[in-house]
Design a protein around this ligand. Sequence first.
Ligand SMILES: O=C([O-])CC(=O)C(=O)O
Ligand SMILES: [Mg+2]
Length: 208
Amino acid sequence: MSGNYARFAEVGRNIVAVGRNYRDDATESGNAKLEPPNLSLKPASSYITEGTLIKIPKGCSSLHHEIELGVVIGQKGTDTSEGSAMNHVAGYGLALDMTARDFQCIAKKKGTPWDMAKGFDTSCPVGKFIPKDAVADPHNLELWCKVNAALKQNGNTKDMIFNIPYLISYISQYFTLEPNDIILTGTPAGVSGVKAGDVIQGGLAKID
Ligand SMILES: O=C([O-])CC(=O)C(=O)O
Ligand SMILES: [Mg+2]
């Protein structure tokens, strides 16, 4: 485990997850574009670092992986403009928005919150911190996810519906973003179920 993980794990700030933010995913699932973006919060206790086991929440029989680009905030901001939003970014990290899909389906039907579906302990595994300067264009990054070595998700951040400056500006109207908060920017197509003993791997490509 590299020292960089400490940035996420020690500080354990808030996590804002954006839903249905990929064109392919929206098409695949027949979902219309969500306007405004659909936001969920995951508590700091959902963070785990690479190599730590994901705990299947009690009663969950459909746990899904969602590979996502995490944007790590470096500077506090409320009502941040799109024009200055990138000044608030410290860097990036690959993350999983682990989702108890069965809990989420029930919540959707009942019109109740998604907190248990999205925010249970260990629901936000993160990879190592990538400084902003190491990424030439965060809107052109391949991201992939494998389960037991089989490729499940293979997307590109260019297919995000709402880009990073827009998300920072929109979110910060409601939630002040503080250093080490993370925005999970949504997942591309291909989410699928995992079960006890499965191994989830993910990666980001085209980092200079
Ligand atoms: O779980 C959902 O409904 C949506 C979501 O997080 C995503 O698209 O990343
Ligand atoms: Mg997600």
